[in-house]
Design a binder for this molecule. Structure first.
Ligand code: SAH
Ligand code: SF4
Length: 410
């Protein structure tokens, strides 16, 4: 079979395709980086090869970080040559990297086919009683459509979904960054935890995020424990139910407000899926509705906005709201960005808020702000990302008007 014939006989998910070529003659290569095991098995079978090749190739890609088929020594020369002709292993291009003194690492990737879209990924190391962790904060979209009022990604508007290769490519690259000088056969995976808390709403890029997480959990790829892969959502209720059916990962909810009135303002998707529906979906996710689930709790994220959602009565309301939802609460000091309409709650205020929740029996932690020297806080991944959307335009106009008023008044 010729390579062209192979290509045309294979049905590959849109997400796994390499950027299309403009040349008539050039064969569009299939990017294997973003393929889940099921997709890769199908790919090999349709090529007339044995299914188990998928596991072999996945190990080379995700455990030894190989991009050259010639290095895949347990694969026959004939098959390697065929793969070389029609496939590629291609991570998104790194346009900027910054490694902080405290061990935090940040990458800016160019994604898409030349439209200038950039996304960011941050790795945050930490020591705890279980040993040392390296947590990678992964982006799922360029921008975000949901426009939470305290979020800089939301201010860019939505530009596009990331492909599977672009999502898993962030994990691949972060692991490789520790292994570049290590001989292929001695390479190991360094990232211990993944949080889908970078740019974008992961549940609105559902299929690509689901397949990418299946690669994270797959023993032929990253083999991560299901408790160490966390998806964070602002509350796309029907997709939370779908997720519960499709995969077993930890769930974090960007709650940020204990009542609908305030949450409508901070997290506008609340108008569509109000708190009662969101809490019920969380209960279903962890099997509190009587159905089986191995999941024991959800994580509640609560950004601390000075004078907005940090009053003692907000803590009381939160206690009531979470009464029947086994949850761990993570208080996130607000990360300011230029012209943000909020300030960060004071340390004392955050500690008082935490005390109310802890005294009531909740595990409540305060997120440490890390990597400040490289502007690398998770959930605050705006950087120098290009913003060409209407919302970004409106945001810029608002800022310009505001500074005009200040100038005139001054
Ligand atoms: N869209 C998803 C995941 C990305 S945001 C979600 O909303 O959950 C990841 C986390 O960072 C969310 O909890 C989000 O609310 C939080 N976040 C966004 N902007 C922030 C800021 N300026 N300061 C602190 N946390 C922020
Ligand atoms: Fe989107 Fe999450 Fe930011 Fe809200 S907090 S705008 S859902 S990325």
């Amino acid at each position: 079979m010729s390579s062209e014939a192979v290509i045309s006989s294979v049905t590959i998910d849109e997400n796994t395709k390499a950027p299309s070529s403009t040349s008539q003659d050039a064969v569009q290569k299939v990017n294997l980086l973003g393929m889940s095991r099921a997709e890769m098995e199908k790919f090999f079978e349709e090529m007339g090869e044995k299914k188990f090749r998928a596991g072999q190739v996945m190990k080379w890609i995700h455990q030894f970080f190989v991009t050259d088929f010639a290095e895949m020594t347990n694969i026959s020369g004939k098959l390697r040559a065929k793969l070389e002709q029609i496939c590629e292993i291609k991570a998104p291009e790194v346009v900027h990297r910054n490694y902080s003194k405290d061990g935090t690492r940040k990458w800016v990737f160019r994604v898409g086919d030349g439209d200038g879209s950039l996304v960011e990924t941050v790795l945050i190391p930490a020591e705890d009683k279980t040993g040392s962790r390296k947590t990678l904060c992964i982006s799922s979209q360029v921008g975000c459509a949901l426009d939470c009022s305290f979020c800089s990604t939301g201010k860019q508007g939505f530009q596009r979904d990331l492909t599977q290769a672009e999502i898993i490519g962030q994990l691949w690259m972060a692991n490789l960054s520790y292994m570049e000088d290590v001989p292929v056969i001695e390479r190991e995976r360094s990232v211990t935890n993944v949080v889908m808390m970078g740019m974008g709403e992961p549940l609105l890029n559902y299929d690509a995020v689901l397949s990418s997480m299946s690669i994270m959990l797959d023993d032929f790829a990253y083999g991560m424990s299901k408790r160490r892969v966390t998806l964070s959502t602002s509350g796309v209720v029907p997709k939370i139910d779908q997720l519960a059916q499709d995969i077993d990962v930890a769930l974090a909810i960007s709650l940020h407000a204990p009542n609908n009135e305030l949450r409508n303002e901070l997290v506008p998707i609340n108008k569509k899926y109000p708190l009662e529906q969101l809490i019920a979906a969380c209960q279903r996710y962890i099997g509190k509705d009587g159905n089986e689930s191995s999941r024991k709790h959800v994580t509640i994220e609560y950004v601390m906005l000075d004078g907005v959602n940090d009053h003692p009565e907000h803590a009381q309301q939160l206690l009531k709201l979470l009464k029947n939802l086994p949850s761990k609460i993570n208080l996130i000091p607000f990360n300011p960005f230029p012209h943000a309409p909020y300030g960060r709650s004071s340390r004392n205020r955050i500690i008082a808020f935490q005390k109310t929740l802890s005294d009531a029996g909740f595990v409540c932690t305060i997120r440490q702000t890390r990597g400040d020297d490289i502007d690398a806080a998770c959930g605050q991944l705006v950087g120098q990302v290009a913003d060409r959307t209407r919302r970004a335009e409106q945001w810029k106009k608002k800022i310009a008007e505001k500074s005009e008023i200040i100038r005139t008044e001054g």
